[in-house]
Ligand binder design. Structure first.
Ligand code: NAX
Length: 327
């Protein structure tokens, strides 16, 4: 049998980590024939809780789970890693300034970038879930000099799935009938969920909904869905975020279906006027473990303004971390 795939999960004792690990071990991410080894990275205060999760993983007797270990040292946790799910991050506390948040997370992701550089596998791939996800990916990539920056991506698949679900609910179509929806920009309230290329059972989505709904209901609902979940559930999105992280990586490794794409925040190559280097969400197709930004889409004036606004926010985040010496 081929060697198991080593998957490093940071923030393993957190709520997303708890929703993520069991599904990875069950084969939901890499497929029913691929054995996995789970490396759980946590901070010392949470390492014991992560050990408890290991006991539960053991009790599942997953046939695909070839090994598992908890680490507090990033260098050990990323040694030989093929895949990293970078979930652990410093949340914004009460009274915390934005610069403090960027600084705390910059500290985490620069150290992890260096650890990845030191020992990750040649086919290494990372998805950053921990916020500010796009900028954390930028920082990690900058500190992993020998790893192509393209291997550091950030998650906007949750936004993508939220948008698909809202469009399905509005049109009365099943989610499986919807394709070619895209998220552009930052994983933040400035993101642009774009249905101008989307189809519902083959029909252009823009023929089924009006512009007022798109601008005044759909876009804000998707962009602020995280806050809605907190308000209703009393806690931030966990299982849906874990599901999206699995989908992000599953599609990257196993490929997007013919005729459709996914949304991923990836280092820009200058496509669509997004300055090269910043990690911004695009529609991408994947094949053979590589991704390609979907080329040559027509961008409406409305779309252009929304993309530019979110990109401006990403540039401001980049400048802020550059000022802090983190990038
Ligand atoms: P939790 O606070 O439940 O868990 C975070 C875990 O990370 C904790 O166990 C903590 O000990 C650990 N951690 C902190 N620093 C670490 C480090 N240096 N190394 C390893 N582990 C470390 O948060 P949870 O709800 O699981 O959310 C995790 C992150 O996902 C947050 O940053 C959150 O903002 C972000 N989200 C991102 C989403 C996205 O779409 N990109 C959506 C969901 C989520 O809000």
């Amino acid at each position: 049998a081929p060697a198991p795939v080593t998957v490093t999960v940071t923030g393993a004792a957190g709520q997303i980590g708890y929703a993520l690990l069991f599904r990875i071990a069950s084969g939901a991410m890499l497929g029913p024939d691929v054995r996995v080894k789970l490396n759980l990275l946590e901070i010392p205060q949470a390492a014991q809780a992560a050990e408890g999760t290991l006991l539960e993983l053991q009790d599942c007797a997953f046939p695909l789970l070839a090994g598992m270990e908890v680490f507090e040292d990033p260098v050990k946790a990323f040694d030989g890693a093929n895949i990293a799910m970078l979930v652990g991050a410093r949340p914004r506390g009460p009274g915390m300034e934005r610069a403090d948040l960027l600084k705390a997370n910059g500290g985490i992701f620069s150290v992890q970038g260096q650890a990845i550089n030191a020992g990750a596998a040649a086919d290494f791939k990372a998805v950053v879930v921990g916020n500010p996800a796009n900028t954390n990916a930028l920082i990690a990539a900058a500190h992993a000099r020998d790893v192509p920056a393209s291997r550091f991506t950030a998650m906007t698949r949750l936004d993508h799935d939220r948008a698909v679900a809202q469009l399905a609910a509005k049109t009365g179509a099943p989610v499986s009938a919807i394709s070619n929806l895209a998220i552009w920009g930052n994983h933040s309230a400035s993101q642009y969920p774009d249905i101008t290329h989307a189809t519902v059972s083959g029909q252009p989505a823009t023929e089924l909904v009006d512009q007022g709904w798109i601008a005044d209901e759909f876009i804000p609902r998707v962009a602020k869905r995280g806050a809605e979940i907190i308000a209703v559930r009393g806690g931030s999105s966990a299982a849906s975020a874990a599901n999206a992280a699995i989908e992000h990586m599953r599609l990257w490794v196993q490929g997007t279906p013919a005729g459709d794409w996914t949304s991923m925040a990836v280092p820009s190559d200058g496509s669509y006027g997004v300055p090269a280097g910043i990690v911004s969400s695009f529609p991408v197709t994947t094949s053979g473990g590589d991704y390609t930004i979907v080329p040559d889409l027509a961008i409406s004036e409305f779309s252009r303004a929304r993309i530019d606004a979110s990109v401006a926010e990403l540039l401001a985040e980049r400048d802020a971390v550059a000022e802090l010496g983190l990038f």
